[in-house]
Design a protein around this ligand. Structure first.
Ligand code: AMP
Length: 574
């Protein structure tokens, strides 16, 4: 079978690195996808995202910078100290291997590189670190200088081509459906089939029909359905459909998509990562209290001790690779379930919410204290829903989610529509709005904050142009502990140059740039137009959040999950 060469792919990477407009990137990708064999499309798609596999499978090779120095030294027969020195100068292992590798030709295919990296990822157990080193050193030795540069970056998880999944999906529409306008259909399909490689291959083989054949299956998470927000409670009535109102408590924990396939349980986060290993306790509860054999259930994990819900921050201590058993005891969890997406071979996505909720109640053991149904109120009277909201606040919760009960109240993967409307405490008149933003830069601190960051430059994701646009400079609200923990995390995602997809005004140029990965929650008093920021820029002025204050880090959210430009615009116009 024909397979694409890795050298051509490396050349494509080099070209993409030079481009900054997403349209030119899309065109370049379209051209590339049209030329390569259909069976290689999946490998190219994963690599372009900086991964080896679809997002929901493991992409971590378990190799850090220190080990990489050893591998590079071994591959090119150099002294480790020398490699380390060049690495410190260049700050990027890709540039180090490009310099040390002198090879001009190779016969590596995309598939071979993929399989080797995948194999390294899967290597575990005794002596695995040595085996990994050997395999990667061999691969680097057998590749050309340009290939090696992108291989090592991929292996370390720092490829950073600046190509977003949206640009890849649009290029699929252009290359395989002959009309870029089909991008919406392709994007909707991606919300269900979150394996970008599988989707690309299907489109290449079947044209637009290839986008329509996907349904929810066990082991492959769909994107989470999200909720819209309103500013005034009375707006809910305007927006929500259905003759009856339904509202559920809004629990502030970690979103989880539970896949139960007999004895096999998998838990996926909102970012679609497999988080099963973090919650062995939850896996046990699911086996015990979810009665269906094969099902997909949506819910929220909460830290819960002695009948009390613990904070989101406490729950985040469960996000760890080590000491899982210790923390399982220290911070016990329960799950509140609120939706069912699949049951015994059948998709439930197109069923209306009242039917799904009824089925959900039948699917779990409602006596269980560990797997619980989200508290809910249905009523024709809005006043009763308001009382329910007050009750939620009294219980110490964030607020409620009002859910449409109309015939059309389907489960919409990846959509933030009006079928679910969140109504949070801080939206109540007079209180401040909260926003999820991604950290893209920082400014050095002065005085008491010397040696730390003084303020963070934060952006929101604009899905119209696939860019991150700055919205706020946040310097208030951090505790001493925040400075330390955030500072540590930021160090790991520091980059030398401005990330490609970031739009930043010269005036706001930060001292350090970061890969847009860390999402934080901030509150602010007012949204204005300012020449300093670039969010939804119009006539040189972007939307900006005034008087921002840091609230929390949101490790459960990805950069694409920030408050959208569209939401901010709608809040400004209120
Ligand atoms: P936000 O993160 O502010 O956009 O709010 C939406 C999030 O609320 C969802 O992604 C869920 O993680 C969470 N949530 C909590 N309780 C519920 C519920 N009963 N129904 C739906 N989502 C919920």
């Amino acid at each position: 079978m024909k397979t694409a060469s890795f050298h051509k792919f490396a050349k494509l990477c080099k070209q993409l690195e030079k481009l900054s407009s997403s349209i030119s990137m899309r065109e370049k990708l379209e051209d590339y996808f049209k030329k390569i064999p259909k069976s290689s499309i999946k490998y190219a798609s994963y690599f372009l995202m900086g991964n080896i596999n679809p997002k929901y499978k493991s992409n971590d090779l378990g190799i850090g910078d220190k080990t990489a120095v050893k591998i590079v030294a071994k591959a090119f027969d150099k002294d480790e100290k020398k490699v380390k020195k060049i690495f410190n100068e260049k700050g990027d292992m890709g540039n180090v291997v490009e310099k040390l590798n002198k090879r001009k030709r190779s016969s590596l295919s995309l598939k071979e590189v993929h399989n080797t990296l995948d194999n390294i990822q899967k290597t575990s157990g005794k002596g695995s670190q040595e085996k990994k080193k050997e395999k990667l050193a061999d691969l680097l030795k057998n590749s050309t200088s340009l290939e090696a540069k992108y291989i090592i970056r991929t292996a370390l998880g720092v490829l950073r081509l600046g190509v977003g999944d949206k640009t890849i999906l649009e290029s699929f529409a252009g290359a395989f459906t002959k009309d870029i306008k089909n991008k919406n259909i392709v994007e909707n399909s991606y919300a269900v089939c979150t394996d970008i490689g599988e989707l690309g291959e299907s489109l290449a083989k079947n044209g637009l029909e290839g986008a329509k054949r996907f349904s929810i299956t066990l082991g492959r998470p769909v994107q989470a359905m999200l909720a819209q927000r309103v500013k005034k409670a009375s707006d809910i009535l305007e927006k929500i459909e259905g003759d009856k109102l339904a509202a559920e408590y809004k629990y502030d924990g970690e979103r989880v998509q539970i896949h139960k396939d007999g004895k096999k349980i998998q838990l996926f986060s909102r970012r679609l990562e497999d988080i099963t290993h973090q919650y062995p306790d939850l896996v046990e509860y699911i086996k015990k209290y979810i009665k269906a054999k094969k099902t997909v259930i949506d819910g929220e994990i909460l830290a819960y001790k002695k009948g009390k819900i613990l904070s989101f921050q406490k729950l985040m201590h469960r996000r760890r690779k080590h000491d899982i058993e210790k923390y399982r005891k220290k911070i016990p969890v329960v799950v509140f379930v609120f939706d069912i997406l699949y049951l015994n071979g059948k998709s439930m996505l197109k069923k209306p919410y009242p039917e799904r909720r009824k089925q959900l109640a039948k699917t779990i053991d409602t006596n269980s204290k560990k797997v619980r149904l989200a508290e809910r109120k249905t009523s024709k009277k809005f006043d009763e829903i308001k009382d329910f909201f007050e009750e939620a606040i009294d219980e110490g919760l964030e607020g409620i989610i009002v859910k449409s009960t109309s015939k059309n109240s389907i489960y919409q993967p990846g959509k933030r529509g009006w079928l679910w409307i969140k109504w949070k405490k801080e939206y109540a008149e007079g209180m401040q709005e909260s926003f999820d933003v991604v950290v893209v830069g920082s400014y050095h601190g002065k005085g008491r904050r010397k040696g730390m960051f003084g303020a963070l430059l934060c952006a929101v994701y604009n899905n119209e142009n696939d860019k991150f646009e700055t919205f706020s400079k946040v310097g208030a609200g951090f505790t001493d502990e925040d400075f330390e923990t955030i500072g540590k995390k930021l160090k790991k995602i520091k980059v030398k140059e401005k990330p490609k997809r970031l739009k930043v005004n010269k005036k706001m140029k930060p001292d350090i740039y970061y890969d847009p990965k860390m999402v934080i929650e901030v509150i602010g008093a007012e949204i204005t137009r300012s020449p300093a920021h670039t969010a939804a820029e119009k006539k040189g002025k972007g939307l900006a959040l005034r008087f921002p204050r840091f609230q929390n880090t949101r490790e459960d959210k990805s950069a694409r999950d920030t408050t959208t430009v569209k939401e901010i615009k709608s809040l400004k116009n209120k």
